[in-house]
Design a protein around this ligand. Structure first.
Ligand code: XIL
Length: 349
């Protein structure tokens, strides 16, 4: 069934491209077409994209970013290295730029991210800390940043990538110095600083049911039972064609809902080994449709965010040599089969 539909999507896409429509903006196509955000809103979901400060000088890029999506996530600007480059010296200029842009385009913002082992400032990683010292540093970082963005972001990825693939705790500086309790502490500190913002744990390779998502399920259960403020689980969904589709995604979303948690697909991209072929792009399109349908099928899956929307600014080629073409718009900002599959999965024509 999926294959038939996909072929149809592909055929329609080819027709539109042939007619010169696919590459244009809706206005250029001569009629006002609903956006991915419009379509998602009909289901009570948002449809977003990450973005990054250096890209904001690209006019055609920001035009699409501002019109097609109703949510944005700063790709780097709210990370620790950017926001507290020296101990106790805070710089929110990059994150503020994203928040201002979102406000101008009436978009929601996901805050990303407060506690993570990566992209930490040198002053933090370059020395030893006692547990009381690091606790104080962590609390101050979290509370200063959350207070700054109070009322401006609707959700925070409070802790990012806390587990290893086998479901054991990642041996980050925070885990090694403070033990597993750093996660509950981080959530409590964030909640004190903004009692209204939704607090998430976020990770990759937790789309399907498996040892890593089981670890989140267990932890979420424990945190809930202990009354710790946790509101959602973010599934990054950095997928790759060569590793197969996470077929248990919908079941996995549903089990977190049953715990009383929101879920979100927070950093979606679907990479492939280059060169991209028509067959791979069609398979990619099918996966984009499938993950969208999974989110729509589970009430508490609140929205989907692409990890940027165009191959022009994707992080994939730099981090996974030989791979790319991961997003629904290509490097020239032309729509790919994945874009048309997303529209159809969201109920658009
Ligand atoms: C990536 C950014 O997109 C890159 O620009 C940066 O160099 C490295 O980080 N998981 C996450 C994101 O939670 O913060 C990462 O973003 C991608 C993987």
């Amino acid at each position: 069934m999926r294959t038939t539909r996909l072929r149809l999507v592909g055929a329609v896409a080819a027709l539109l491209v042939a007619a010169g429509i696919g590459a244009g903006t809706p206005a250029q196509a001569g009629h006002q077409q609903s956006t991915l955000a419009d379509l998602a809103q009909r289901h009570g979901r948002y449809f977003g994209s990450a973005t990054d400060n250096p890209e904001l000088v690209d006019g055609p890029y920001t035009a699409l970013l501002g019109s097609e999506f109703d949510q944005i996530t700063p790709g780097n600007g709210m990370k620790w290295y950017a926001t507290e480059p020296q101990q106790g010296v805070f710089d929110f200029s990059e994150g503020d730029e994203i928040v201002d842009l979102a406000r101008a385009n009436r978009q929601k913002v996901r805050g990303h991210t407060l506690v993570w082992h990566s992209q930490l400032p040198g002053w933090l990683t370059g020395r030893e800390w006692t547990a009381p010292e690091l606790r104080a540093v962590l609390k101050k970082h979290i509370q200063t940043e959350v207070r700054h963005y109070r009322g401006k972001v609707f959700a925070w990825d409070v802790v990012n990538e806390a587990f290893n693939e086998d479901g054991t705790y990642r041996e980050s500086i925070f885990y090694k110095t403070l033990g597993p309790g750093y996660i509950a502490d981080a959530l409590r500190w964030a909640h004190q600083a903004d009692p209204r913002v939704k607090l998430y744990l976020n990770d990759y390779n937790i789309e399907g049911v498996g040892p890593k998502s089981d670890a989140y399920y267990r932890l979420a259960n424990e945190l809930k039972a202990a009354g710790v403020p946790l509101h959602g689980i973010g599934l990054q969904a950095h997928l790759a064609l060569q590793y197969g589709y996470p077929a248990t995604l919908e079941d996995n979303l549903r089990r977190f809902s049953r715990l009383g948690l929101d879920t979100a697909l927070t950093e979606v991209d679907i990479r492939m080994q280059l060169p991209a072929t028509e067959e791979k792009l069609d398979r990619q399109a099918e996966w984009y449709a499938d993950l969208t349908e999974a989110c729509l099928a589970v009430r508490r899956c609140v929205g989907i965010t692409l990890w940027d929307y165009t191959d022009k600014y994707s992080w994939i080629p730099a981090f996974f040599p030989g791979e790319g073409a991961a997003l629904p718009w290509d490097e020239e900002l032309r729509r790919k089969p994945a874009y048309f599959a997303l529209r159809e999965a969201l109920g658009g024509r």
